[in-house]
Design a protein around this ligand. Structure first.
Ligand code: FES
Ligand code: FES
Length: 173
């Protein structure tokens, strides 16, 4: 019997221990915010937190999460002081900056970004690019993702110099 906490609720699993965590979260717990993309650890759609670490749930078997504490996008707001509307601060900036296009990849992007900012609250451009490199977006929202993470870390640019710097960053991202 595998026991784990998901979004602060204790759960049990007694099925095939090689079942991917993604299927448990989506099909057994009915938490559809974590998405299936490639199923091979290559796109980042399925990112959840194990503890505070961003992890690809599609390639994480249930046997590896016995005793773990998992957070999905549905439980993310509880991990930080909530912003207006009960959102995690990263989610709030995402909305404010209109980051998503189709939205399919965005829960994974937000989980990856939140893990980065929890570990490194003042990431450099290179830190952001390195941390987010494995999260793919077919809509090409990369510049908005990069800018949103910078706003989470440093606030909105409020000078011409900061704005120019931000524009350069978007071009480079
Ligand atoms: S669905 Fe897990 S990395 Fe693509
Ligand atoms: S917003 Fe469409 S795939 Fe990323």
């Amino acid at each position: 019997m595998i026991q784990l906490a998901v979004n602060g609720v204790q759960r049990q699993f007694d099925g095939d221990p090689t079942t991917p965590l993604l299927w448990f979260v989506r099909d057994e717990l009915n938490l559809p915010g974590t998405r299936f993309g490639c199923g091979m650890g290559l796109c980042g759609c399925c990112t959840v937190h194990i503890g505070d670490k961003a992890t690809r749930s599609c390639i994480t078997p249930m046997q590896d999460v016995n005793g773990a504490s998992i957070t999905t996008i549905e439980g993310l707001p509880a991990k930080a002081p909530a912003s207006a509307g009960g959102l995690h601060p990263v989610q709030a900036v995402w909305l404010e900056e209109n980051v998503p296009q189709c939205g399919y990849c965005q829960s994974g992007q937000i989980m990856q970004a939140a893990a980065l900012l929890a570990e490194n609250p003042r990431p450099s451009d290179d830190d952001i690019s390195a941390a987010m490199a494995g999260n793919l977006c077919r809509c090409g929202t990369y510049p908005r993702i990069h800018r949103a993470i910078k706003i989470c870390a440093y606030g909105k640019p409020n000078s011409v110099a900061a704005l120019t710097d931000g524009m350069k960053t978007e071009e480079q991202a």
